[in-house]
Design a protein around this ligand. Structure first.
Ligand code: SAH
Length: 401
């Protein structure tokens, strides 16, 4: 009997294994779930957009078409502060060149295909079509004290986790820096136009970003980091957001986590752990075949040491799969072994995905799981997950029309 089966039995519980049912998980030549770190075929990237460039590069590009460098600043303010790309609205630019300038600096990246709202209009899921027909989603959420946008970093995902809808179709390509940023600018425009429901805040714009939409952000490291640098840079270079409001979430690409620790941008770091033992995590998170639980936790701890930022551990609670008492205890032991005060755990009740036969943990089991972590001194908060009614919650983004 496998260790986890005997432990579950000792608790009077079952041990469900994370085999995919109702759909077929793509397998690699080695007989294990396929991992895609790069796109299958050679794919092209979208045309260069103002948001792909630094302020200095924008000025260079404008000089190429015979315009003075200071126009770069004006255009950047239009985009990052007024969320506009419409040449008719840029009255500070020479009238006869507006259309041409917009064409060079603002090629259309995201075309809205569908908008679904729930929670009295306080949660909106956007479906975007990209220049090559790829579809991605972002989810905008108003809370009492902030506005959060959940953004995508890749078209599809190559990490193939059996409980997540995004992985089912594999990876198409990386999103460009500007495609990543344009999700924020478009959301800000919708907010400015009054399109997000609920009580208005003094500062009506996206203040929090979570890289928890489609894709594995650390598998698209360079473009994601360029986007992050531009989010935190002041207008006109970027959006002028606070790094603390940005959360980068990963399945655990250890070398990239270590690189992130050295970036000098104190973003919030989240590790999608979902199991404290390799026996189960090997099956739940295929990338665990490369980097084991302890290696991922060491890298997460190192992130805390290097940045002083408290790390989040994401844990989707799945009935009879990863919600056993002994797993809560083991998780607490592994976290406490590395130190105190460096981490908190965010359990999320599993959201249903197409073809999945698993369900969220029962409320009493969830409560006990949290209680065991808390009693061991590990701060734990059940994550409120929004947008289930519109397939916009964690793990449900699959981008179909
Ligand atoms: N690839 C990154 C970013 C995606 S984040 C990562 O895995 O961290 C999406 C978050 O939702 C991750 O924590 C992921 O594990 C979690 N998730 C995936 N499927 C889910 C589901 N069906 N229910 C609840 N959470 C899920």
């Amino acid at each position: 009997m496998r260790i986890s089966e005997s432990r579950a039995k000792a608790e009077g519980r079952a041990q469900v294994r994370p085999t995919a049912e109702g759909w077929k998980q793509a397998m690699g030549d080695d007989g294990r779930p396929q991992l895609q770190f790069t796109a299958k075929a050679r794919v092209s990237q979208p045309p260069v957009h103002l948001a792909d460039l630094t302020l200095a590069e924008r000025a260079e590009k404008l000089k190429e078409i015979g315009l003075p460098g200071f126009r770069a600043k004006q255009l950047s303010v239009h985009y990052f502060q007024h969320y506009t790309t419409d040449p008719e609205l840029m009255s500070d630019l020479p009238k006869d060149r507006r259309a041409e300038i917009a064409e060079v600096m603002f090629p259309k990246l995201l075309t809205e295909v569908k908008r679904l709202a729930t929670d009295d209009g306080k949660t909106i899921k956007f479906l975007w079509r990209l220049f090559d027909g790829s579809l991605v989603e972002s989810v905008l959420m108003r809370y009492s004290n902030r506005i959060t946008l959940c953004i995508s970093s890749q078209c599809g995902c190559g990490m193939n986790c059996p409980f997540c809808a995004t992985g089912q179709a594999g990876l198409t390509r990386n999103m460009s820096t500007a495609e990543i940023l344009d999700q924020i600018v478009q959301a800000n425009r919708v907010i400015a136009e009054g399109g997000l429901g609920g009580q208005k805040h003094p500062e009506e714009r996206v203040g929090n970003i979570v890289f928890m939409g489609m894709g594995e952000p650390l598998a698209n490291y360079k473009r994601v980091m360029n986007a992050v640098h531009r989010m935190v840079a002041d207008v006109p270079e970027g959006l002028g957001m606070s790094a603390r409001g940005i959360t980068v979430s990963t399945v655990g690409l250890v070398p990239a986590i270590n690189k992130l620790s050295e970036e000098g941008v104190p973003v919030t770091f989240a590790l999608s752990l979902h199991a404290p033992d390799d026996e189960l995590r090997d099956e739940m998170i295929p990338v665990n075949s490369r980097w084991k639980v302890d290696e991922a936790l060491d890298a997460a701890f190192n992130y805390y040491v290097k940045t002083g930022r408290r790390v989040s551990i994401e844990y989707a609670l799945i009935k009879d799969m990863n919600d056993h008492g002994w797993r809560a205890d083991l998780l607490a032991r592994k976290l406490n072994a590395r130190g105190r005060g460096w981490v908190h755990v965010n359990p999320i009740p599993l959201n249903p995905t197409p073809g999945s036969v698993w369900t969220a943990s029962e409320p009493d089991v969830t409560a006990e799981f949290i209680d065991r972590l808390e009693s061991a001194g590990v701060p734990t908060t059940l994550r409120d997950t929004r947008g289930k009614e519109i397939d916009g919650a964690c793990g449900q983004l699959a981008a179909a029309e």
